[in-house]
Design a protein around this ligand. Structure first.
Ligand code: NI
Length: 177
């Protein structure tokens, strides 16, 4: 197992609509495990396959994890679909693919998601607050939707100008900073 390189905005892959997974094969299980490892190492609370260069409907998340202390509640989900949503909540979100950027997002406060788990079994997850927010954020990634899309044109332009400057001075622009 190894860590996967995280794609950084404005990488065009982040804007694509990902393909559903036909079957949870050992290759998909390996992807799920490497994505979890990459998410914990980042560290982050969620990661979607397009963020590691794979255009498949696969996400991992763990909103409970606080470093190496305490238990992990890891979700590894394939083809996740939101089947119910209710309420609304505002959350300031960041994204591993958009370093040093955050955006207040309006989300449903509660969602019900259907997906396949790591064993290819159908699973229903009901989440609220941060779990609901994270599920919506990661499922958005599968449709090429990013939190920066909701920023004003000016905020987006300022951010792009900033990362252009970084790329000039960095020898390894793919590294998360
Ligand atoms: Ni993200």
């Amino acid at each position: 197992m190894g860590l996967l390189p995280i794609q950084i905005y404005p990488d065009p892959l982040l804007k694509t609509v990902c393909e559903p997974v036909e079957k949870v094969t050992p290759i998909i299980q390996k992807l799920l495990d490497e994505m979890a490892e990459t998410m914990y190492a980042a560290p982050g609370i969620g990661l979607a396959a397009p963020q590691v260069g794979i255009s498949k409907r696969v996400i991992v998340l763990d909103v409970s994890w606080k470093g190496d202390k305490g238990p992990r509640v890891l979700y590894q989900l394939v083809n996740p679909v939101i089947v119910e949503r209710s309420g609304s909540i505002e959350w300031e979100e960041g994204c591993l693919s958009i370093p040093e950027f955050s955006q207040v997002m309006k989300r449903s406060q509660k969602v019900k998601v259907e997906a396949l788990n790591r064993d290819g079994k159908k699973k229903i997850i009901e989440g609220e607050d941060i779990l609901a927010v994270c599920l919506q954020h990661e499922i958005d990634h599968l449709d090429g939707k990013l939190i920066i899309d909701k920023a004003s044109r000016l905020k987006r332009k300022l951010y792009l100008d900033k990362i252009k400057k970084h790329q000039h001075t960095q020898s390894h622009p793919e590294v998360v900073f």
